[in-house]
Design a protein around this ligand. Sequence first.
Ligand SMILES: [Zn+2]
Length: 200
Amino acid sequence: MEKRPTLNGLRPTSRQGAIFGLYVCLFLVVDGVIVASHRVIGGVNVLPLIFMFCLWLLGLLIVLLDRPGPVRNWAGPFLVSLSCPYVALWYDGEAILHWARSAPLPPWHHIVLINGLLLGGFGVYFVRMYPRSCPSCGLRSLIPLLRLTRVEKRLSRTRWCASCGETLWKDAEGRWQKERRRTWVEASLARNCASPEHSN
Ligand SMILES: [Zn+2]
């Protein structure tokens, strides 16, 4: 069940700080194991893959351990998506290193396709996920109102302010409008009000 979201803006909470501390510990353990064994397995340098795994790990920890709510649903997938530009830059770096060693570059259409998919796809996703300035409180904390487990098409343009709790959507003229439809956030608040034992 979704819990009542807190209005803390996009500043890290103490719980998120603890999650990050856990992540750093796990990262150091994983990195220490790799350094203690082999950085190159089967001729492939696995360190970049480990770093990519760590991006996924941080997003996964946020999803699993952070307080349920719109900020968690926004931050977890956003962190995981950072692996896309990372993989593109890693691929380009490896190609340049090969070229510097007088080895042939990968076919140009491979380079264009991989960069187009990973960087282009991430660019579109980044524009959608980037926080907008809230017209109600003036703070840049208006994030897409997402659910983790499904896509709600009727709320695909709806954003929720992590600072003031306002729910808004942008019309065709680019003006922010108050969301009139009931969202899962209001439904969650109503449930909590009706059932005090579920509130925090
Ligand atoms: Zn606001």
